[in-house]
Design a binder for this molecule. Sequence first.
Ligand code: CU
Length: 473
Amino acid sequence: MTSRRAFLKSAGLAGGAVAAGGVNQVALAGLPELVTQTSAATAAPLVPDTGRPYRPVVTLNGWSLPWRMNDGVKEFHLVAEPVVREMAPGMKAHLWGYNGQSPGPTIEVVEGDRVRMFVTNRLPEHTSVHWHGQRLPNGMDGVSGLTQPSIPSGKTFVYEFVARRPGTFMYHPHADEMVQMAMGMMGTWITHPKAPHPLIDEVDRDFVFLLNAYDIDPGSYTPKIMTMLDFNLWTWNSRVFPGIDSLNVRQNDKVRLRVGNLTMTNHPIHVHGHEFVVTGTDGGPTPRAGRWPEVSIDIAVGQMRQMEFVADEEGDWALHCHKSHHTMNAMGHDVPTMIGVDHRDVARQITGLIPDYMVMGERGMADMAEMEMPLPDNTLPMMSGVGPFGSLEMGGMFSVLKVRKDQPRNDYRDPGWFKHPAGTVAYEYTGVVPEPTRARAAAPPAGAAITGGAGGAASIDIQIRKPQGHHGH
Ligand SMILES: [Cu+2]
C-alpha cells in the first residue's frame, strides 16, 4: 500500500514543520490526509508508530486506516463514497463504502485514546456514522435526526470522543441505513487494552471480519437495496469464497477471531477441528467463569463475538457459516427440488424448443459445481471453490483455517494446501460389501403399508406423505 507510506511520510513532515515553527494553524486546521485502498487483498497488520503501542489485528481481505497524532488526539479521515469491490475473481460489485473499499478500513485505537474522526461525504445523498457499541457523548452517536443533522453530500463532519473500553465494535450509517448498509457501508472498530487486562489474553493471531450480504442479480453490478431476507451473496467483508482469504496460523498459536454481523439474519459460525471459547461480546470481555467450549457460535443480527482457541491441530480446517444456503454463491431459490425425479422425457421435449436447456439437480446439486454452465458476465458460479481433492462445493461464507508447524511467527502468507501424512486421509474400502441381512431377519412393523403379500418382508413400501401447501394458515 504505497499510499500509507506517503501518508506517514507527509505526517512526519507536517510534525517537523509544527515543531520548527511553533503552532502551525494551517496544518492543525487541515484535514488528515485521505488514505484509500483499492486492493481487496488482506493487508499486513498496521503496526503503530505513534501513540500507545498495541498488537494489531488482521482484517480479512481488508486493511486498517492510518492516523495522525495531533496534540495528543488520534485523527482519522473517513470518506464515504461509491467504490468498486471485487467480491471474488470474476465479479465486481458497485457498492458504497469508505476510503476506496467496502467494508471500510478497520479503525484501531487504544483504550483511553481521544479520537477525532473526520467524515467526508462523497455519496449522492446524506449520511452519518454510528459508532456501534461505544460509550460516547450522546451527540457523537451518529443517529441522523436524533443526535445530529445528517452530513450532506460534499460536507465533512467531525466526531470526537474517548475510546473508553476495550473490545470489538463496528461503524455504519444511521441515515437511510437500509439502503446504505445494503450498499456495503460498514467497518470494524477495535479498541485495544492500554495495559495487560485480566480478561483479555495476549494472542499470536488476531483476525477480524464482518458478516454482510448482498442481492446482486447475475450479470449486474449494483445490489438490490429493497431485499430484506432473500440475499444471494452471503459474504465476509464483502468477499465470497473462493475469494475469501484463508486464515493462516502457526501450530499452537493462540488465535482470536472477531466477527460482527451486519446482515439481516443470524449466522452460526462453525470452526472445524478445534474448540473455542467466547472471550468477548459487544458488551465487553466475557467473565472467565462464563466461558465454555464451543465449535459453533450463533451471531445474531447486530452482534459481535470474539472467539479464542489454541490452533493445536495441523491441517486445513473449514471455517464457515452453518446455514447451508450461506455457503452457496449467487443462486435463485425459487427452484423446485428435482432429486429423484426422472425428467428425461420432459427434458427431451424442452430441448426441442430451447436447445441450451439443461436439467439440474436430478442427483443433488453437486453436479452443478462441476458443470460448465454459460453465465452472464460478472456472475459468480455457485460453489466454485476447488480444493486439493477436487471441487470444494462451498462458496459464500466459507474459508479455511490453515494450521502449519512451519508457518513463521507473524507471517500471514498462505502456505498452500495441507500435505497430509501418509495414512491420515479417508480412503476407499475395496473389500466385499455384504448384502444387508436385517430386512430378512426383522418382521414387518405393524401398520406399515406392505406390498408383495403379507409377511413378504423382502418388499416393504413405507408410504410417505409429504406436507402439501400451508392449508390456509
Ligand atoms: Cu450464515
